[in-house]
Design a protein around this ligand. Structure first.
Ligand code: BES
Ligand code: MN
Ligand code: ZN
Length: 501
């Protein structure tokens, strides 16, 4: 999707569809008022009849409105002006995106950019609008034999003009829209990798995708094979791979955006379990297909690196993806087995379904070599996180309060929120093994926290945050599909670090 930014009034513009905002079902925003004037009150008359719902996000599509050069006018409800908010802006733009995607127009003008949220600047509006509009054009087609033609389910306009009233806002909306499109392209990559089935999206496939991404964006990619992992002593990661016929891969992507010597990188570590059967502690059959999404942490690292590299952010970012399947089998790890992690700590594997932490701990030890400014891991780690928080925020736990606060704030800015859970030492009591340094599961209760406590034993040398995305990385049911989260949160975090947000 291509965005161009223009300043002015909408009445003379020619396009397939023009979207304008209306407060409280009748109060026209200035661009809507301009169209109303050009049409001699046609819009206000329709609104007087009460055809547009007042709730933010309601829309009404009109054809052949007199006095305009556009084929369609899309009225977008913004709710009450006094109650306008980030959330209402997102639902209004999201609704406009949805309506545009189904109206068959090849191009569109969107007039919702005039700093509708008073507390947010022009760049924020541009970023959010472009992200939401571009993201809504994502379709999964890779494994459909018949590509969906435009009549089936149109992709929406490929060209969108973001119209602002004020000339002085153009350059900020422009840079925001560039950021928003880069975020959406990162989300599309994360969604695609997540949605691909596990017989295609294997650890080997992820390694190939990493190499391709590095080639396209000119950053270095290294892939460690089993033998190298053995040499490094990654006994924990390899114990998860033991039951699988697919070779494990340890993927390292190195984006260098600074030229400064001594700049410390942000390290992102993504859980890359391409399928989680549970192993010998096997999962029940219902919905097990969704365990193809157990690499969505990895996918978010790919997507974020894509966004960062597209924008050429002046930061160093390392992406680490430990990747394997978790399968039962004759050589699979058994409950009670004890393995030695790269850190030297021994682990009693009491449940082979708690495998995410087993691959992450070795990746977190590996991360030490980069002398990181901070490390953020992203993982579909615990079903307990869905019980605690549902599908709204990702779970956040951290060994550094400033880093946690920073991520919470970037979640608010991007709309891709996280919520913090305590990582108090008291919970470490729940991780005790009679036979090894640490068990891979905690005693009953607080499953998201004890999982993070396990990881905390491997992250003592740097500032670290953990995002549990079990509830947010994909949707189940009739809308089953990856969400692309938390690419917006992570990219917003990096944009802010680069002072570009
Ligand atoms: N990948 C799962 C977590 C998960 C389950 C995410 C369902 C989303 C939906 C993870 O590997 C797992 O199986 N965790 C176990 C841990 C338990 C054995 C301590 C869980 O949450 O049940
Ligand atoms: Mn599992
Ligand atoms: Zn898992």
């Amino acid at each position: 999707m291509e965005f161009s930014i223009k300043a002015g009034t909408p009445d003379k513009l020619r396009s397939g569809c023009i979207a304008v905002g209306v407060f409280d079902a009748k109060q026209l925003t200035p661009p809507a008022a301009a169209l109303d004037k050009a049409s001699s009150g046609y819009l206000s008359e329709i609104l007087r009849r009460g055809d547009l719902e007042a709730k933010a996000g309601a829309t009404l599509l009109l054809h052949n409105v007199p006095g305009t050069a556009c084929e369609r006018v899309l009225l977008v409800s913004l709710g009450k002006q006094a109650e306008f908010s980030d959330k209402k802006f997102r639902s209004a733009v999201g609704a406009a995106a949805k309506a545009l995607a189904t109206c068959g127009s090849k191009d569109a003008v969107v007039c919702l950019l005039d700093r509708l949220v008073a507390a947010r600047d022009a760049r924020w509006h541009g970023r959010q609008a472009a992200m939401l509009l571009a993201d809504s054009s994502y379709r999964f087609e890779a494994t459909k034999s018949r590509k969906q033609d435009e009549h089936d389910r149109p992709r929406g306009p490929s060209k969108i003009t973001l119209l602002v009233a004020d000339k002085s806002d153009v350059s900020d909306v422009r840079s925001g829209a560039d950021q928003g499109s880069a975020i959406a392209s990162g989300m599309a990559l994360a969604k695609e990798l997540g949605n691909l089935p596990a017989n295609i999206c294997t650890p080997t496939y992820l390694a190939q995708q990493a190499r391709a991404l590095g080639k396209a964006h000119k950053f270095k990619v290294e892939v460690l094979e089993r033998a190298q992992m053995e040499k490094l002593g990654m006994g924990s990661l390899l114990s998860v791979a033991a039951g699988s016929a697919e070779p494990p891969k340890f993927i390292v992507m190195k984006y260098q955006g600074t030229t400064k010597k001594g700049a410390r990188p942000v390290v992102l570590v993504g859980k890359g379990i391409t399928f989680d059967t549970g192993g010998i502690s096997i999962k029940p059959a219902a919905e097990m297909d969704e365990m193809k999404y157990d690499m969505c942490g990895a996918a978010s690292v790919f997507g974020t690196l894509k966004a960062v590299a597209t924008l050429g952010l002046p930061l160093d970012v390392i992406g680490i993806v430990p990747s394997t399947e978790n399968m039962p089998g004759g050589r699979a790890t058994k409950p009670g087995d004890i393995v030695t992690s790269m850190s030297g700590q021994t682990i009693e594997i009491l449940n082979t379904d708690a495998e995410g932490r087993l691959i992450l701990c070795d990746a977190l030890t590996y991360a030490e070599r980069f002398d990181p400014d901070c490390v953020i891991d992203i993982a579909t780690l615990t079903g307990a996180c869905i019980i605690a928080l549902g599908a709204i925020p990702s779970g956040l736990l951290a060994n550094d309060d400033d880093l946690a606060a920073e991520l919470l704030a970037r979640g608010q800015d991007s709309g891709d929120r996280a919520w913090q859970l305590p990582l108090w030492d008291d919970y470490q009591e729940m991780l005790k093994s009679n036979f090894a340094d640490i068990p891979n599961i905690g005693s009953k209760g607080a499953g998201t926290i004890t999982a993070a406590c396990f990881l905390a034993r491997f992250t003592k040398k740097y500032k670290w945050a953990h995002l549990d995305i079990a509830g947010t990385a994909w949707k189940s049911g009739s809308e089953k599909g990856a969400t692309g989260r938390p690419v917006p949160l992570l990219t917003q975090f990096l944009l802010a670090r680069a002072r570009l947000a």
